[in-house]
Ligand binder design. Structure first.
Ligand code: ZN
Length: 118
């Protein structure tokens, strides 16, 4: 389960941030993940719980927010959010009907969006 290593890097970043701001603890983290980031939310939450239990980050809350896929049409450049996966990448453009060559503008990454420190 690759969620474990993702959570580990996330916690590294959070701890660095906590130290650099001289905070005592982390109350809450918000993580945004793209619809294409291949994240299983339950596995991610479970990994987070296991890796923060009985540690300096015990009690921190994790909010996972899915970032919708945003494409730019390969034909006319129109930006649109298709739904649902897994055929979303080949969705037809609402403007010109093109089905291939779309560029992904958002929805691939995973990042720490917000950190509440105390
Ligand atoms: Zn188009």
């Amino acid at each position: 389960m690759h969620e474990m290593s993702l959570v580990a890097s996330l916690l590294d970043i959070a701890r660095q941030e906590m130290r650099s701001r001289s905070a005592a603890k982390i109350l809450r983290l918000r993580v945004r993940y793209g619809a294409l980031a291949n994240i299983v939310p339950d596995a991610f939450l479970l990994a987070f719980e296991i890796m923060t239990r009985d540690q300096d980050l015990a009690g921190a809350r994790l909010d996972l927010v899915e970032e919708p896929l945003l494409l730019a049409c390969g034909g006319c450049g129109r930006e649109f959010s298709p739904a649902p996966l897994p055929t979303a990448l080949f969705a037809s453009c609402p403007l010109c009907g093109e089905e291939i060559g779309h560029r992904i503008l958002a929805g691939k990454g995973l990042f720490l969006d917000r950190l509440e420190l105390a």
